[in-house]
Design a protein around this ligand. Structure first.
Ligand code: AMP
Ligand code: GLY
Length: 428
């Protein structure tokens, strides 16, 4: 097997996926669209946007691409996979079509799917402006805190959790008045689940599946899980509390019924399913489905895959996953995200990054998330800038190694959380 591959996207997730693919013996050529300065060291970057379907089709044609991996959710929700399959029927695409992508693109669709297939999740109802009075009445039946979710994609900001019912009512009114645009014209209100979160990743061809290493993400900007939500400030894999017993509950109660549900509903799904789970006293509940990998979880997860990942991707995309076996490294991976000061609110970019060359090395990977080439070398170009990932025999040593690498990198106003993995030490 010798495959020409295109990875669509420009962030840390795509950097890590492309990096892993670059190690495959089955690889003929690797392109990233648009990629970033980091991916240019092991792939050829193609300048175009991930939502520019025509440019993606042109690249497939020009470079004779045989397999496309779609990194972010937006092109999937917009129908990139269906578009490519209609243009190039034999092209292998990792990423679901428009209907499958609704598992992430519509919270109501996802909750109805879980209900229909008896997959454990928080109790919920969905409402529109017309049923606001019923929504208020439903809230009265719930205990605080109140969880309000904009139905559509809202750049990761569409979930609001409030302790006070008056504040929750006011938030709901704002959502219906267009706070998140069209995405919040419908709102799901659900029961609050208390527990600790874990991210589970599945690669499927719609019939068989492979469970990738699980990970834990650090969502808040501040140490001790305080402050605003972000895209993710760090990741750890494996997750000490996600032991064999817990993961087998996840597989039996959630993964198997999810795959069976896709089949029962006639949804052709070839790609990743990222299941955001709450561990509530040892029992898993689904918080959300995503139809892509997590970022920065992927940066940890990819470093723990010891088998030929490209081979697995091709099998998933061509419906032959049944014979595939993943080999997972027993080593721990820790990712620390370096961000621009001020993120996730206002921040400045285009600061030169010092120490990049020396920072990577044996068991240390510096994945680019938001960077750009300039006359001054590589500069910051986004809120989340770098995902520094280290591997070691155990979590604590991996964290030490990651932080040592982080200390060698610098750009103006750079910020990172110093407590990645600290909350997990009690489970070791
Ligand atoms: P989501 O965008 O669905 O990932 O939600 C963002 C975050 O809100 C999740 O990662 C959880 O931390 C939290 N969250 C969402 N739904 C619930 C729930 N039902 N109970 C408790 N926390 C939740
Ligand atoms: N790190 C969480 C996500 O990618 O949605």
């Amino acid at each position: 097997m010798s495959i020409k591959v295109l990875v669509v996207g420009s962030g840390g997730r795509e950097s890590a996926i492309a990096w892993k693919i670059s190690q495959s013996d089955s690889l003929a050529a690797l392109y990233c669209l648009p990629g970033n300065p980091g991916t240019s060291t092991f792939a050829s970057n193609i300048a175009a946007g991930a939502l520019d379907f025509e440019a993606i089709a042109a690249a497939v044609e020009k470079y004779g691409i045989e397999l496309v991996v779609v990194g972010p959710e937006a092109p999937l929700v917009e129908g990139l996979t269906d578009f490519l399959k209609s243009r190039f029927p034999s092209l292998m695409v990792v990423g679901p079509g428009k209907v499958g992508a609704m598992l992430e693109g519509s919270k109501e669709f996802a909750k109805d799917f879980m209900n229909r297939h008896s997959i454990p999740t928080a109790a919920y109802r969905s409402f529109t402006k017309e049923t606001m009075a019923e929504a208020f009445a439903f809230m009265e039946t719930l205990k605080p805190p109140y969880v309000l979710k904009a139905d559509g994609l809202a750049a990761g900001k569409g979930v609001v959790i409030l302790d006070d019912i008056a504040a929750a009512r006011q938030e709901l009114e704002q959502m219906f008045s267009g706070k998140f645009g069209e995405a919040s014209s419908k709102v799901v209100i659900e029961q609050f689940l208390s527990g600790i979160e874990v991210s589970v990743f599945v690669l499927t061809d719609g019939r068989d599946y492979m469970v990738l290493p699980e990970a834990k993400d650090y969502k808040r900007i501040g140490e001790g899980d305080t402050g605003l939500n972000t895209g993710g400030m760090g990741a750890v894999s494996p997750v000490p509390f996600a032991d064999k017993a817990f993961m087998s509950k996840v597989e039996e109660r959630i993964i198997k019924p999810t795959i069976a549900g896709l089949q029962a509903d006639g949804i052709d799904y070839k790609g990743f399913i990222f299941i955001g789970l709450m561990n509530c006293g040892g029992d898993p509940y689904v918080i959300e489905y995503n139809v892509r990998m997590g970022d920065p979880e992927t940066e940890s997860v990819m470093t723990r895959i010891d088998s030929d990942f490209l081979h697995h991707l091709a099998a998933a995309a061509s419906g032959t996953l049944a014979g595939e076996a993943i080999k997972i490294s027993p080593q721990a991976a820790v990712t620390v995200v370096m961000v621009s000061g001020g993120y996730p609110e206002h921040y400045k970019s285009l600061y030169p990054i010092h120490g990049l060359e020396q920072a990577g090395g044996r068991n240390v990977n510096v994945f680019h998330m938001g960077t750009k080439d300039s006359s001054e070398g590589v500069v910051s170009a986004g809120g989340r800038v770098l995902a520094v990932t280290a591997n070691a025999p155990d979590m604590q040593r991996a964290a030490q190694k990651a932080y040592k690498a982080v200390a060698g990198i610098d750009f103006k106003d750079c910020y990172y959380r110093g407590d990645i993995t600290k909350d997990l030490e009690k489970y070791l």
